[in-house]
Write a protein that binds this ligand. Structure first.
Ligand SMILES: Nc1ncnc2c1ncn2[C@@H]1O[C@H](COP(=O)(O)OP(=O)(O)OP(=O)(O)O)[C@@H](O)[C@H]1O
Ligand SMILES: [Mg+2]
Length: 280
């Protein structure tokens, strides 16, 4: 373009500044010719566009991040639907089918059959099926929105979940809390509870831990929510590198914490357990 003596507008160039930092410039130039039509040089302006360029790159990064977030949100919603569908298909639905068979047999039983042990066993089985179905529906509802959180707050819901979790997994869970009576905004309580839930689930799934500790400091500034296990630990860098093949839990915890205006840290040393900490 220069050789052809053409005009150029907003030509972007990247070079290193005197401090060694990259600087973006935009130059525009118009060729100058003398009366005889001989080229004399270019007249033009150059502008430092490092800052607008940085803002543009930041905007691009954020929009990619938002795109990635919404993709993951859809994935997470799909995962929840899949879980509930599995629960309904594998537990609730067979229970209802068995109830129907039992009720058919109960109603068709002759007076003589009604006094047998087999009949009593069938009635007992029916009662157990109803109880299990009720429990499964309650679990699904509690998972969708834990009712304790509305009346008791974060400490109450974490404590109740930890007890249920300990029963289910056989792990020891200690919940330590200073000022458990402190109530936070509903959304924040739910967000922090989801983080604790995921951290406990990860410990049960991956850590081969024996003891888990949940620490809630609700009246301090920053407020702290910490979950630690005494399990096998893992190589965090490798897990993050494999983020496209691995699960969503770690990413979701970080994003939930950041979305709530806090920070998320994860410490894990192979052989020495894992600890996640949210500060808000
Ligand atoms: N407490 C832990 N102890 C040991 N390894 C862990 C622990 N937490 C996470 N990891 C490792 O980090 C990986 C990523 O965890 P993440 O929660 O993101 O995914 P996931 O649990 O495998 O799947 P998802 O949470 O989506 O169901 C796990 O697969 C596991 O290898
Ligand atoms: Mg997980």
């Amino acid at each position: 373009m220069l050789d052809a003596r053409q005009e150029f507008r907003h030509f972007e160039i990247l070079r290193l500044g005197p401090d060694g930092q990259e600087r973006w410039g935009a130059v525009s130039g118009t060729p100058i010719f003398d009366a005889g039509g001989h080229f004399c040089g270019y007249r033009g302006v150059g502008t430092d566009i490092t800052e607008p360029k940085r803002l543009e790159q930041e905007r691009l990064r954020l929009s990619l991040h938002i795109e990635e977030l919404s993709r993951r949100m859809v994935q997470a919603q799909e995962e929840i639907r899949r879980r509930f569908s599995r629960e309904l298909h594998d537990r609730t639905s067979p229970n209802l089918a068995a109830l129907r068979i039992n009720l058919d047999m109960i109603t068709k039983a002759s007076p003589a059959e009604r006094s047998t042990e087999v009949f009593a066993g069938r009635v007992e089985d029916t009662r157990a099926l109803i109880e299990d179905t009720t429990l499964s529906v309650r679990e699904i509802c509690a998972e969708l929105h834990p009712p304790v959180i509305d009346c008791g707050g974060l400490f109450a819901v974490v404590q109740s979940y930890a007890q249920q979790f300990a029963r289910r997994t056989g792990l020891q869970v200690h919940v330590e809390c200073q000022h458990g009576e402190v109530r936070l905004a509903n959304d924040l309580e739910l967000a922090l509870f989801r983080i604790v839930q995921e951290a406990l689930t990860n410990s049960a799934k991956h850590a081969q831990a024996r003891t888990l500790t949940v620490l809630l400091q609700l009246d301090s500034s920053p407020m702290v929510v910490m979950v630690a296990d005494d399990g096998v630990g893992f190589d965090v860098e490798n897990a993050l590198k494999a983020r496209h093949t691995a699960g969503l839990g770690l990413i979701n915890m970080r994003e939930t914490a950041e979305f709530a205006g806090g920070s998320f840290t994860l410490q894990s040393v192979p052989g020495h357990g894992t600890r996640i900490c949210v500060e808000i």
